[in-house]
Design a protein around this ligand. Structure first.
Ligand code: LLP
Length: 415
């Protein structure tokens, strides 16, 4: 069910008319639905059911502290990839014992901080990282709980930029080398082996790649067990896709049941790191039409949101629906929706049939994941306001940036 619905031909977020939000708070604006975040998280928690494990929301998808706080209060854990994300989770009231730390480039300082607050587990991505973690933990006289992220070499059949489980990708430890690395980990006194993990890519719309990866991981788990190395949790990462257009990704419950069936009676806690499937369809990006510029080649509609607000179309040729907030009197034509940034790649949608007039408001749909978090100040454009709708209540959860915010920390050289 969507929490962004039409009522009398006007688009709403829960019980709030989006045009009213655009008028009051200006555009571009990210607007999220509290009920959608809640429902999408609970779908995972309920599908996991009584099986031991954790749902660790991937903070990178949308890291606003109000949303992290909301998820923490629902009992979520968190998948982080930097010291900054760790600070966000702690600031938002997340439980450190429910944090897993992924990423190929953890620094010694990040490791030390994560050890100090007692995170659940480091998802170790290389042998060199394992050695550094062991050293940092020894210096602090602490024990680092680890999972090894293995690269199972499966094709996730998604966009190459968001495919991560192939041999040629930088992520994880080659599954064929993993037994050796586990043996090494078992020798290190400040390392405590907990789990095994993988993350093969994002926006997967089929189950098979997940299940192929799982099969390969289970062979490894069984072999390790025969070797005396017991794995207590299995973390399959994130990656479940969403509907942007007409994709039909599996339901969370179907996905989870298929996984539980393969686990069988092995005593393995299950962990997941969903990002997009919780956040994407819980948010939209509101924008306004500034100018219409029909040319011989294209009809350009210049809008006030740009690639700095949502880089997905420019970076991955991603398609996101673009809808009018209210009916327009204009005639429907085919438009390229482009932003004010000085780049030809600055578009949010191409060849869209819309009835547009200057001043009309639009919503870029499915913008709750990898939207705001990938935004930048390119062209010295302030990052957008973020708003959370809860029924008929509206909360500003991040103010629109000011010019002073944008130049904070910059200094003129006097001579
Ligand atoms: N766990 C790890 C280790 C990851 O690298 C990722 C995403 C996730 C979990 C969450 O995956 P999700 O459930 O969101 O698919 N910016 C791209 C997506 C990059 C995903 C990177 N890693 C996009 O906008 O499509």
């Amino acid at each position: 069910m969507s929490f962004f619905t039409e009522r009398s031909a006007e688009l709403y977020a829960e019980d709030m008319r989006l045009s009213d939000i655009a008028e009051q708070y200006g555009t571009p604006a990210y607007v999220y639905s509290r009920a959608a975040f809640t429902q999408h998280y609970l779908a995972y928690a309920q599908a996991l059911g009584q099986h031991p494990g954790m749902i660790c929301y991937a903070v990178k998808a949308n890291s606003n502290i109000a949303l992290l706080n909301l998820l923490a209060r629902l009992g979520a854990g968190f998948d982080i990839v930097s010291g900054g994300e760790l600070e966000r989770v702690l600031t938002a009231g997340g439980d450190p014992k429910r944090i897993v730390f992924s990423g190929v480039g953890k620094t010694a300082a990040e490791m030390a901080k994560a050890l100090a607050v007692g995170i659940h587990c480091f998802n170790v991505e290389s042998e060199a990282e394992l050695e550094l973690l062991s050293q940092v933990a020894a210096e602090k006289s602490q024990i680092a709980r680890v999972s090894l992220r293995v690269n199972p070499d499966v094709d996730a059949k998604t966009h190459p930029y968001i495919s991560t489980g192939l041999k040629e990708n930088k992520f994880g430890i080659d599954i064929n080398r993993a037994p050796e690395v586990y043996r090494r980990a078992a020798e290190l006194p400040n390392i405590d082996i907990q789990g095994i993990d993988c993350h093969i890519g994002s926006q997967l719309t089929e189950l098979d790649p997940f299940l192929d990866a799982l099969d390969r991981l289970l062979v490894l788990v069984d072999n390790l067990s025969a070797d005396g190395i017991q794995i207590s949790h299995l973390d399959l990462g994130g990656g479940l896709g969403v509907t942007y257009r007409d994709e039909q990704p599996p339901e969370v419950a179907t996905y989870m049941e298929a996984i539980k069936a393969k686990i069988g009676d092995r005593e393995l806690a299950l962990m997941f790191e969903p990002g997009r499937s919780i956040a994407a369809n819980a948010g939209v990006l509101l924008t306004k039409v500034l100018y219409l510029k029909p040319t011989e080649a294209h009809n350009f509609a210049i809008i006030d949101a740009a690639m700095n607000d949502n880089i997905r179309p420019a970076l991955y040729q991603a398609w996101q629906d673009i809808r009018q907030l209210a009916p327009s009197k204009a005639q429907t034509k085919r438009w390229d929706l482009v932003g004010p940034v000085c780049e030809t790649g600055d578009f949010l949608g191409k060849d869209r049939d819309l009835a547009l007039a200057p001043g009309d408001y639009l919503a870029v749909m499915s913008a709750g994941a990898y939207g705001f978090t990938m935004s930048s100040n390119y062209n010295t454009r302030a990052r957008a306001v973020e708003i959370l709708v809860d029924g008929d209540q509206v909360h500003v959860i991040r103010e629109r940036e000011s010019f002073v915010d944008m130049i904070r920390g910059e200094h003129i050289v006097e001579q």
